[in-house]
Design a protein around this ligand. Structure first.
Ligand SMILES: NC(=O)c1ccc[n+]([C@@H]2O[C@H](COP(=O)([O-])OP(=O)(O)OC[C@H]3O[C@@H](n4cnc5c(N)ncnc54)[C@H](O)[C@@H]3O)[C@@H](O)[C@H]2O)c1
Length: 253
């Protein structure tokens, strides 16, 4: 599919990997809809990019909220071609910690945002994509989800996060199979360590230590490199149903 003249919904588009994807897609001629909780950053980005960028203040977990926002996108741009899901949260808590077992409400919250929130958006986007006429490549839509290398190599304290990302990774193939009839592809990026506000929250020392495990280049990933991969998934029709690592070769111990 071509990005030029497409309409894309990017969740988590106010910050980090989502924001880089918004900027990249916009620069390549896509009309970008930023779905995020962060009003301040989202509105600032909308003002900066101007025409063909619209911010929608949403919580990906909130069913009615998302249904309304999707309707508003259709009203404004008439269609949805691409959905990139980057909205996500992290948590550090062990299965059994010094203060007792993992808090169940916090576990559910991570699953709710990272896994159910992703599915909520993509199922509603797919409904709209299926209504598109096929383009020159016989395609109607593309869904890109964001897992993590933690889906495969979760660390201590990442049980909830790893479970949520494992779910995102595992649903890639069945989504691709379910939507093939409607000429919609689904890909999943599993990033390694990227320099974003989420990651910076860990502190400089931790970032430096983790970067040492990257095989080459010896640094954290740049959000633009994530955006570039998302462009490749949109443009390369043979990418479907796969979990694609983007990690400088890192394998977490
Ligand atoms: N940064 C990394 O190293 C890394 C590695 C692997 C995977 N990831 C994943 O990539 C995605 C993006 O991460 P990032 O590093 O850019 O983080 P980030 O914190 O910079 O951005 C996440 C965005 O999601 C939004 N968000 C959170 N909860 C939301 C909700 N309920 N509804 C709507 N928006 C919500 C936030 O407001 C924020 O703008 C996440 O899913 C994260 O788990 C990041």
């Amino acid at each position: 599919m071509e990005l030029k003249n497409s309409v894309s919904i990017i969740t988590g588009g106010s910050s980090g990997l989502g924001e880089a994807t918004v900027r990249k897609f916009h620069s390549l001629g896509s009309k970008v809809c930023v779905f995020d909780l962060d009003n301040e950053k989202g509105k600032k980005l909308e003002r900066e990019l101007g025409k063909n960028c619209a911010f929608f203040s949403v919580d990906v977990c909130h069913e009615a909220n998302i249904e309304e926002a999707i309707k508003a996108v259709i009203k404004q741009f008439n269609k949805i071609d691409i959905n990139v899901n980057c909205a996500g949260i992290a948590l550090a808590e062990k299965t059994l910690g010094k203060d007792g077992p993992h808090d169940l409400t916090r576990f559910k919250k991570i699953i709710d945002v990272n896994l159910i929130g992703t599915f909520n958006i993509l199922r509603l986007c797919a409904e709209q994509m299926a209504k598109n006429p096929t383009d020159n490549n016989q395609e109607k839509g593309i869904i890109i989800n964001t897992a993590s290398v933690a889906a495969l190599e979760g660390q201590k304290g990442q049980v909830a996060y790893a479970a949520s990302k494992g779910g995102v990774a595992a649903m890639t193939l069945p989504i691709a199979r379910d939507l093939a009839r409607d000429h919609i592809r689904c890909g999943c990026i599993a990033p390694g360590l990227f320099l974003t506000p989420m990651f910076e929250g860990l502190g400089e020392e931790v970032c430096e230590t983790l970067a040492k495990d990257v095989i080459f280049p010896k640094r954290l990933g740049n959000p633009e490199e994530f955006a570039q991969y998302a462009v490749q998934i949109v443009e390369n029709q043979y990418i479907n149903g796969s979990i694609l690592r983007l990690d400088g070769g890192i394998r977490l111990a």
